[in-house]
Structure formats: structure tokens, C-alpha cells
Design a protein around this ligand. Structure first.
Ligand code: PCA
Length: 216
């Protein structure tokens, strides 16, 4: 039985909902033959992330961590490949902090790759009729900060975390209605997508490699 921690974020940028938490909380308590999910909400605050994650990794003791965040304007479920060691905030976080060109971890490596099997996830998501991409940037706001911090903690203080990574999701339709022209995905589809992501992370030991172009 593998323990899976799924995190979502509180609303930010003046919004009243964040689909990442709406999806995560619907997975809370979900058990399969090989896994049990615990969902937790994270604040959209740079300075709160390290302590919050450190506590969660200690308390939940997960084998797998999937952090989820909103990327409003993107059309696909974005399987993030890489976290970079920079905070460069376009808007203030929920505490009013707006770091510019600051490291996430001073002296840390420039980047960490995901340890989730993102190509296998991509294959399964598309096979289920869901729009998905492997993304090569998680941005430079709180989501990238969270992804980098998560991978850094897994590499340093929490080696029992065998797989950790980040997934960005699009707006919900009701959010897109306030951002005309923006793509969206229904909550039910997002829940299916995250269930597939969890199952793939639990089941797949070695990520798939297909011929160039087959999964881009
Ligand atoms: N998305 C933001 C932070 C919280 C969230 O859901 C981001 O992409 O950084």
C-alpha cells in the first residue's frame, strides 16, 4: 500500500476558488488496491511553503507526492518536468510578498527534474480523452517554488518520498467565464485526470520512452 499526498492551493490573485484544491479535496481518502490518498491545502504564500511541506512529509509519510496548482490560460493538464531555483513573482502572493530574482533555496541546484512518470501519465491521459502536455516550465511564482521545495526536501530531509512532482491544471468553466477567451476544463474531468495521474505514479516503476515525436 502506497501513501499518496495530493496538495492543492487556496485561491489567489483575488479569485474565490482554486480548482487545484477543489480537485485535491475530492481525492482525499480515495483508496485503491495499491494506494491511499491524503489531500491537503497549501497557502499561496512563498514563505509558508517550506514549513508546511516539511510538516506534511513528516506527518503523512508519503511514498508519492503530487502537488497541483492552477495555470489559468493554459488549455491542457500540464505535467511539469522541471522546477527551477528562482522566485520571480509577477503578482504579490497572499501575504503581499513579491520576490524578484530570488533563489528558492540559496545554494541549491539550479533545477530539479520531476520524479513522476510524466510520459506514462501523458499517454494514459490522452488515451482517456483528456488534453495533456508535458510542460517544461512551472513558472516562477508559488507553484514553481512549491515544486522546487518539494523536490529539495525529498532529496535532502525526506528520502522516503520516492516520487514527487507538480501538475498544473486549467481554469474551471466558471472561472473562464470571467476571463473571456480562456480555455477551461470541467471539475469532473480534472478529477478523472488526477485519478489517472495518481494511479500511474503508483503503478509505473520505469517511465516509458517512445520514439521522438510520439508523445509531444
Ligand atoms: N497557481 C499559482 C500559485 C498557486 C496556484 O494555484 C502558480 O502557478 O504559481
Amino acid at each position: 500500500m502506497k501513501r499518496v499526498l495530493v496538495t492543492g492551493f487556496e485561491p489567489f490573485d483575488g479569485d474565490s476558488v482554486n480548482p487545484s484544491w477543489e480537485v485535491a479535496r475530492r481525492l482525499d481518502g480515495w483508496r485503491g488496491a495499491q494506494h491511499a490518498v491524503v489531500a491537503q491545502r497549501l497557502p499561496c504564500v512563498f514563505d509558508a511553503i517550506r514549513e508546511a511541506l516539511d510538516m506534511l512529509l513528516t506527518d503523512v509519510a508519503p511514498d508519492v507526492v503530487i502537488a497541483v496548482g492552477l495555470a489559468g490560460g493554459r488549455p491542457d493538464v500540464s505535467l511539469e518536468r522541471v522546477a527551477i531555483n528562482v522566485n520571480d513573482a509577477r503578482i504579490p502572493d497572499n501575504d503581499g510578498a513579491q520576490p524578484i530574482d530570488r533563489p528558492v533555496v540559496a545554494g541549491g541546484p539550479p533545477a530539479y527534474f520531476t520524479t513522476l512518470p510524466v510520459k506514462s501519465m501523458l499517454h494514459r491521459l490522452r488515451g482517456a480523452g483528456l488534453p495533456a502536455q508535458v510542460s517544461n516550465t512551472a513558472g516562477t511564482f508559488v507553484c514553481n517554488h512549491t515544486f522546487y521545495t518539494l523536490r529539495h526536501l525529498a532529496e535532502t530531509l525526506h528520502p522516503a518520498v520516492r516520487r514527487a512532482g507538480f501538475i498544473h491544471i486549467p481554469f474551471l468553466p466558471e472561472q473562464a467565464a470571467r476571463h473571456p477567451g480562456s480555455p477551461s476544463l470541467a471539475l469532473d474531468s480534472l478529477v478523472v485526470a488526477l485519478r489517472i495521474a495518481v494511479e500511474t505514479a503508483v503503478e509505473v516503476e520505469t517511465d516509458m520512452q517512445l520514439a521522438a515525436g510520439a508523445l509531444h
